[in-house]
Design a binder for this molecule. Structure first.
Ligand SMILES: Nc1ncnc2c1ncn2[C@@H]1O[C@H](COP(=O)(O)OP(=O)(O)OP(=O)(O)O)[C@@H](O)[C@H]1O
Length: 662
């Protein structure tokens, strides 16, 4: 048996965040895919920043010329150069900013596509473990943060950075002593930035909490408006919202105040730098080491730094936040592409070994049923031949938690229907997930017709084994499209036949546009039971050899549950089926029942065998069949009386039988 701890460890990790190096590498790779646009944007931004240096330099020359008594045409010519350079710098900056924004948006769009692509191909277990919330936050919030920076301040930020670098170079090129004087401002700027970042980060965190609380209070009051009115709680709720609004507003004011104080510190740094440049200029001019024009250019160069440095500092926190969000996005793309959990046969707990349910050969004859009307698979019934599905779990635990499955060996014959029964937390869903290949057992193996799932590619596994869980998603679109997710080639007749098989025909007739009716978000809302029926119809269309149904009939009242049970039976007819039976009526009709207790198989056999053995299952069955206590409101209803009188009344009970004490 293959030790799957490596796979398990990978699947237990939360979605990773990329390192700085990985983030830069990913960005470089994306920019490299757009060489023309990247080069054009870079050249234009550098040209714009360089053109911006022309005016101060010309002004310095102009000062020297005026002192030297140059003629008017020369001075007018210099003025013309200044005007021309200003216009050119403006044009280059505008085009450069537009190209940079386009470049940034394109890179981000591609990154987002890669994130989604990787997310959709992640091993299901990784997603299950990390939770979709983390992924949605990355594809939503993190993308929004990065987009905001790219769209609003990204080009200006880059332009400012280039301006600072080129201006500093220009200052040193003019006179290295003037350049050094300008550097005198660096410690003051650094201190100002440290002061700001130490305060701004917690402030922003508090602001997010405060605005979140305000939104929560408002949404809560609106959602519960009927209750609020019924108990005359309007004033209390309005007061609560007002308090939270005041808290959020106060924090926003404090942040504004923080910005103002930061601005003062930036001004102080500017003063230090400019004073140092002017003083150095004065000394150099006095000692004839530089011209007045050069000192003027140096002062103007330094003054030119005010805006870009201020912008860089004030945007630093949002750029840092964007960097963190970017690392989270890149983190998803670094995950390995999806694969089915590795598994291999043999090893320490071979099927047929000493594990409790190693003998899958409690092969009872399947219930009769022609399967007539079922549009597709007509696989053989339970019987001899290689096991369709073999699940061996030495042990399984989530993260470092307790062992939740131990020494489980389960073998399903082709076409056999096996029901999993057990108290809440016994490990049914975990075993179902492992059997379906979406959870890699910590130590164990799953094989499909003797072939380890790890040796099959993910698509093959998904085609052969289908899992229906309680949480069924109905995608926005037409009903037909939603069903064709399982089989894009399916004709209308096949889709209708699948719906017919799971008993949706009556409901379908009531829909104004039939299969073209829009369902899901923005369309017709379906009940949980209807969504389950659609999932079962999709199962029919997908036509897998093995079906794993986890709580697929749990989402309905008594009558709905029986309909779903019938639908599930029809949809899985002829398929090898593992079903987590929430209602014992479902277990009773299975070919074989496996009872789990504290992660171990404690009983298995047919319904009759288990009843005859007098074990936990029979106790569970008896308590489930026990007469329903008469409720006052039921006493009045004829239907309730009739149900109690009928011998088969019990299976109608809307009782989560498997959650009853065993
Ligand atoms: N993703 C998870 N992370 C950590 N522990 C988990 C996770 N899923 C299940 N467990 C734990 O594993 C044990 C078995 O849970 P499982 O859901 O498989 O039982 P179950 O028999 O299906 O229960 P129920 O009928 O209530 O769904 C429980 O103790 C549960 O808390």
């Amino acid at each position: 048996m293959t030790d799957q701890s490596a796979v398990g460890a990978a699947s237990r990790r939360l979605l990773p965040t990329a390192t700085t190096r990985q983030t830069w590498a990913a960005l470089r790779a994306e920019f490299a895919r757009l060489p023309g646009l990247s080069a054009a944007a870079t050249i234009l931004l550098v040209a714009a920043a360089a053109t911006g240096l022309v005016a101060p330099w010309v002004l310095g020359r102009l000062v020297d010329d005026v002192i030297a008594g140059s003629d008017t045409p020369r001075i007018v010519a210099w003025a013309g150069v200044i005007a021309g350079a200003a216009v050119l710098a403006g044009v280059l900056t505008a085009i450069g900013a537009a190209l940079t924004a386009r470049l940034g948006e394109t890179v981000l769009a591609r990154l987002r596509e890669r994130v989604l692509d990787r997310a959709l191909h992640l091993p299901s277990a990784t997603l299950e473990r990390a939770g979709t919330g983390d992924l949605v936050a990355r594809a939503g919030d993190d993308v929004a943060v990065v987009t905001n920076v790219i769209a609003t301040s990204g080009p200006a930020f880059l332009g400012a950075l280039l301006s600072i670098v080129l201006t500093a170079l220009g200052l040193f090129a003019l006179d290295w002593r003037l350049g050094l004087a300008g550097l005198a401002a660096a410690p003051a700027y650094t201190l100002a930035l440290r002061w700001y970042l130490r305060r701004s980060v917690p402030y922003y965190a508090r602001e997010r909490v405060a605005t979140g609380e305000r939104t929560q209070a408002m949404a809560g009051a609106l959602r519960g408006s009927a209750t609020v009115r019924a108990y005359r709680l309007e004033d209390a709720h309005v007061g609560g919202i007002a308090d939270r609004s005041v808290a959020a507003r106060d924090l926003s004011l404090e942040i504004f105040n923080l910005h103002t104080r930061f601005g003062l510190r930036i001004n102080r740094s500017e003063f230090v730098g400019l004073a140092a440049v002017l003083l150095a200029g004065f000394l150099l001019v006095r000692d004839d080491l530089a011209t007045v024009g050069a000192a003027t250019t140096a002062a103007l160069y330094f003054h030119r730094l005010f805006n870009p440095i201020g912008l860089l500092l004030l945007q630093s926190d949002s750029v840092l936040q964007a960097g963190a969000s970017l690392a989270r996005l890149v983190g998803v793309t670094t995950l390995p592409a999806g694969s089915a959990p590795a598994a291999s046969p043999g090893g320490s707990a071979p099927p047929g070994g000493s594990a409790p349910d190693s003998s899958a050969s409690v092969d009872t004859a399947s219930p009769d049923g022609s399967g007539a009307g079922r549009p597709r698979r007509s696989a053989g019934r339970a019987g001899s031949g290689p096991a369709a599905l073999e699940v061996v779990v030495d042990r399984h635990r989530y993260d470092d938690g307790p062992v939740v499955l131990r020494d489980v060996a389960l073998s399903l014959a082709p076409g056999e229907r096996v029901a999993l029964v057990g108290a809440s937390g016994a490990g049914k869903s975990t075993l179902a997930g492992i059997a379906a290949g979406i959870i890699a057992p910590t130590r164990g193996a799953v094989s499909l017709r003797g072939v380890p799932l790890g040796d099959l590619d993910e698509h093959r596994v998904r085609r052969e084994i289908a899992l229906i869980s309680q949480e069924v998603h109905v995608f926005a679109g037409t009903l037909g499209d939603d069903l064709r997710l399982a089989d894009p080639e399916a004709t209308d007749a096949e889709v209708t036949a699948a719906l017919d098989l799971v008993g949706v025909t009556d409901w379908l007739r009531t829909l104004p546009d039939g299969l073209d009716t829009c369902v899901g978000e923005g369309g017709r809302q379906l009940t949980a039971a209807q969504a389950q029926q659609l999932a079962l119809a999709r199962l029919v269309l997908a036509d897998p050899a093995v079906a794993v149904l986890d709580e697929a009939t749990a989402e309905a009242g008594s009558a709905g549950a029986r309909d779903l049970e019938r639908a599930a039976t029809a949809a899985t007819e002829g398929r090898t089926t593992l079903i987590v039976a929430h209602r014992l009526s479902q277990a009773a009709t299975a070919d074989r029942i496996v009872v789990l207790e504290h992660g171990r198989i404690v009983e298995h056999g047919t319904h009759e065998q288990l009843l005859a053995s007098g074990g936990g299952y029979s106790r569970l069955w008896r308590s489930w069949r026990a007469p329903v206590p008469v409720l006052p409101q039921e006493r009045a209803g004829e239907e309730g009386a009739a149900r109690r009188a009928r011998p088969d009344a019990a299976p109608d009970r809307d009782v989560d039988a498997t959650h009853a004490p065993a």
